[in-house]
Write a protein that binds this ligand. Structure first.
Ligand SMILES: [Zn+2]
Length: 239
């Protein structure tokens, strides 16, 4: 794994508002506390999410951008970018790879955090088809698209975006996590970030307890002292 002091910039690529907060907000808080610059890239606005149907999809998209922006502030992130794909219909495609590769070349991150592209048969919710499509396209954008100057040559020719090599990818919610981050000190900021997504979580009874329970379990798997919370990743070296 990359030593901590070699991680200066991190880009997260997720499908929907709230994904980053469920998977990684505690880790993100720790990174920004250390001075790491973190950028969120969201492929959709989550316009098909939530149970509140008084808003049409456009209104929901706008609300969810606002909620995600508020959530990001809790963990020290102010740079958010949205690709505006339609929620629920994301597929792996050359267009999506190009759009992600563009942002990788703009941000030039050391680490990219994204969804695991494989289905998790132990816990189905994180394996939403949009998540798998975004995870797969992001890995393709990391290798080869962003690093190969001859991939999507228009990015260099028209936008001046030089090739960039991401050194490590951290995959969330996959079947085979191999790295745990202790988020005990930041678990309350993670919960605050999640509670910013009011359109998604306001109606869920016992939300905070159930979320904390899940990350407490991972704390045990990580071998933390009693009461420790952890987030889990699979690390993919790409250098
Ligand atoms: Zn999602």
């Amino acid at each position: 794994m990359l030593p901590e002091n070699e991680i200066k910039r991190v880009l997260t690529v997720t499908a929907h508002p709230d994904d980053i907060d469920f998977g990684s907000a505690g880790t993100i808080a720790g990174l920004t506390d250390r001075g790491v610059e973190v950028t969120y890239l969201l492929v959709t606005d989550g316009d098909a999410g939530g149970n509140e149907r008084t808003l049409d999809n456009g209104g929901m998209a706008e609300l969810r951008r606002v909620e995600q922006t508020a959530a990001a502030k809790h963990v020290g992130v102010t740079d958010l970018r949205f690709l505006g794909y339609s929620d629920g219909t994301v597929v792996q495609s050359l267009d999506l790879r190009r759009d992600i590769a563009r942002v990788i070349r703009q941000v030039r991150p050391d680490v990219v955090i994204t969804h695991h592209p494989e289905r998790n048969y132990q816990f189905i919710a994180p394996s939403h088809p949009d998540h798998r499509a975004v995870g797969g396209s992001t890995l393709d954008a990391v290798y080869p698209d962003a690093r190969n100057p001859y991939a999507f040559p228009e990015l260099l020719r028209d936008e001046g975006l030089e090739a960039w090599t991401v050194r490590e990818v951290w995959l969330t919610s996959g079947p085979t996590p191999d790295h745990y981050v202790d988020i005990t000190a930041n678990v309350d900021r993670k919960i605050a970030a999640l509670l910013s997504h009011q359109s998604q979580v306001a109606h869920v009874t016992g939300f905070e307890e159930s979320v904390k329970g899940r990350f407490l379990e991972w704390g045990k798997l990580a071998g933390l002292p009693e009461g420790g919370y952890a987030e889990a990743f699979q690390i993919v070296p790409t250098g």
